[in-house]
Design a protein around this ligand. Structure first.
Ligand code: OTU
Length: 662
């Protein structure tokens, strides 16, 4: 059989050979036009897949079989792709900005905690639709290991739904219901590691050489020690180090690479069989109707001695190959990078220079999230504004996921350089934020707790729900009505900003009702050491039932958020393809940025302090707005430069709209 990878440099000949081999198989199944569509797509993306695969694996002696197997499984996956999804593929190829539209609003949750089962989730779609949600990120969907499983991020079977949630048929029913409502579904693809109970791991355990090569295992400490010299610890509290000794593995016992918990074994992507297995897993999932794959822990996929083993060049080759092959089978599907890394690294997950358009469509904007919380603590907009001015601009066809909170901790990952630029001492500022958000700092409104406090370095991260970190818990407990009001304003301020920033805004389950910290995890020995459970409370449907009462906390939050979403969805300014234009204001408490499009400009103003503030009247002019501008959040009230300074309420948010340039 011909080697498709090594038949360099002629990609066309390689492709022709591939097509010839498989045409009969497709011909048996499909109308000629359906086969044409497939081959046209394959031809279009072939080089994008072949090039990184060659770079990664071409020097292996068994590359011939691996390459053939990889391309065979692309054909198999297309043969298996259900008709409604093949139609969706065509539709989305005609609307490539489908995920960038102002109607896109995400909601992320643990289905167990939201509605018990997948059937339960299906029954709650009205609730989500009422809020304006169009994109669901369901965490912890696939079958995890029994016992502790890192909140579902230790998978033992990628082909089964977690039994407590239902079956693959339930997933099918859910994705069909979502499609009917124009909603999309994102699911985690935990591709850096499997649970140690996964079939591959079990076979490796028994000494099967093929499966041993799926993982990074070592018979002694020599290499682990060498790697650990430059490896950071991810969970130093409970899972120190990056390797775990597994007695009896393959007879004598082995050291296994475990970046996260000891039961999460890192996969070895230097092995093309692992690449293919995960490709097949992806195809299987997207053929169930999943629209977005969240590439969990993407930075860790490739290991290199002497480095921190994150963001290695090979990671981007792997993503490029996956991206290209998915486009052949399922162009309706997009990829989301979960890479909590410095911004210059982050843009690589969306594509830079030669990789533009060849990486993920989506990536988490962790920087904005941490800067917003820093802003609430300091009451200043300067850090967010500074970073907005210097951060690389995103490219066409890619979008940030903007969020206020998620199921993980908040790590103060702003760079030393950025903190220096606003005159803060980096160490002292991070310590301040930790003190502030654990309520230790005098006058703090927050009620969070530490995650992974490292006594050796003094480093810590923060756990806590949005509402508790924003002051709601403390204010309710002390019966401080003014405090409750301020906490609600803080939550709506942060959400108002992520809804206006572009990309997909993501609501974390319960934030719309102000769910507070849940300390019940402390009673569960499997969870007690992982404080992230504090901000993973169960949905409170009693609170949800108060969402239409405008005097209740829930009603004010739910109503406020729903209004923001409603205003957003009707306006072109909020399309991801509206140029982002940050502005400096003459008031350090107020953040300003513009979103500019040919069909209208928007100026966003946000007051980070609990006192009224004002900014210079010419800001709308600098944002390119016609005079007077219209305040979208104040029933269309007019704002004119002639009226003098622009006023903002405590934690006030204004969305000012005006005509664009002709
Ligand atoms: C992710 O987070 C998940 O979001 C976590 O819930 C998991 O525990 C973890 O992977 C392991 O599967 O370090 O503190 O740059 O920051 O992958 C959370 C990416 C994490 C990492 C991220 C990881």
């Amino acid at each position: 059989m011909q080697n498709l990878l090594q038949m360099a440099p002629d990609a066309r000949a390689a492709f022709a050979a591939l097509k010839e081999r498989h045409t009969p198989r497709l011909g048996d199944r499909f109308e000629p036009r359906d086969s044409d569509v497939f081959w046209l797509r394959f031809e279009r993306w072939f080089e994008d897949a072949r090039e990184p695969l060659r770079a990664l694996y071409a020097d292996r002696s068994d590359i011939i079989e691996h390459a053939d197997a990889i391309f065979d499984c692309v054909v198999d996956a297309y043969l298996e792709r259900p008709e409604p999804l093949r139609l969706l593929d065509l539709e989305r190829q005609m609307t490539p900005d489908w995920f960038e539209r102002p109607t896109m609003v995400g909601y992320v949750f643990y289905p167990q905690r939201f509605a018990g089962t997948l059937q339960g989730v299906r029954c709650r779609l009205d609730y989500l639709q009422e809020m304006g949600v169009t994109y669901l990120h369901i965490m912890s969907l696939l079958k995890p290991r029994p016992g502790p499983n890192d909140g579902g991020y230790a998978i033992m079977d990628y082909r089964s739904v977690s039994p407590e949630l239902g079956t693959m048929d339930d997933l099918d029913a859910l994705t069909a219901a979502l499609r009917e409502r124009g909603m999309s579904l994102c699911v985690d693809l935990v591709l850096n590691h499997t649970a140690k109970e996964h079939g591959w791991a079990q076979r490796a355990m028994a000494g099967d050489p093929e499966c041993l090569a799926y993982y990074h295992t070592f018979t002694d400490r020599e290499l682990p020690d060498a790697y650990e010299r430059t490896l950071p610890e991810i969970f130093p509290d409970e899972a120190p180090g990056s390797f775990t000794f597994v007695p009896n593995m393959a007879g004598t016992g082995r050291w296994v690479w475990t970046t996260f918990y000891d039961y999460q074994w890192d996969l070895n992507y230097a092995n093309p069989a692992v690449f293919r297995e995960m490709l097949e897993t992806m195809f299987h999932l997207v053929n169930q109707g999943i629209d977005v794959l969240r590439l969990d822990a993407a930075p860790f996929l490739w290991k290199r001695l002497g480095t921190d083993c994150q963001n290695q060049p090979e990671v981007f080759l792997l993503i490029q190959a996956y991206r290209a092959l998915l486009r052949v089978v399922a162009p309706a599907v997009i990829l989301k990078a979960e890479a909590i890394v410095p911004r210059d690294d982050l843009v690589r997950y969306l594509g830079v220079k030669t990789t533009v358009g060849k990486q993920c469509e989506l990536a988490y904007n962790n920087q904005l999230m941490v800067n917003l919380w820093s802003g609430l603590a300091t009451r200043k907009a300067n850090l967010t504004a500074k970073v907005m001015h210097i951060a690389p601009r995103l490219l066409l066809g890619s979008a940030p996921i903007n969020y206020v909170r998620n199921h993980d901790d908040i790590g103060w990952a702003m760079s030393d350089e950025d903190l220096g630029a606003i005159g803060e001492d980096p160490q002292a500022h991070r310590r301040f934020l930790n003190d502030f958000y654990t309520g230790r700092f005098p006058g703090s409104f927050a009620r969070g707790t530490f995650f992974q406090f490292n006594p050796r370095t003094g480093d810590a991260r923060i756990s806590g729900t949005t509402a508790s970190l924003a002051g709601l818990e403390q204010a309710l407990e002390t019966g401080d009505e003014a405090g409750v009001d301020l906490a609600i304003r803080r939550v709506l301020l942060l959400y108002g900003l992520i809804l206006a920033r572009g990309g997909i805004p993501l609501i974390y389950m319960g934030d719309e009702l102000g769910l507070l910290n849940d300390t019940s995890y402390l009673q569960d020995p499997e969870r007690a050491l992982d404080s992230r459970w504090m901000h993973r409370p169960a949905m409170d449907w009693v609170k949800a039932s108060r969402r239409h009462d405008p005097d209740s906390v829930e009603g004010r939050l739910f109503g406020g958020l729903s209004t923001l979403i409603e205003v957003r969805r009707a306006r072109p300014h909020f399309h991801n393809f509206a140029l982002f234009h940050p502005l400096w204001t003459d008031n350090e408490h107020v953040l300003a940025f513009a979103r500019r499009r040919h069909d209208g400009h928007l100026l966003v103003l946000a007051n980070f302090s609990e006192h009224p503030q004002s900014v210079q009247a010419d800001l709308p002019y600098h944002a390119g707005l016609s005079d007077p501008a219209i305040d979208l959040l104040a029933a269309g009230a007019q704002v004119s430069a002639a009226a003098g300074r622009i006023e903002l309420d405590p934690y006030g948010l204004r969305w000012l709209a005006g005509d664009g340039d002709p």
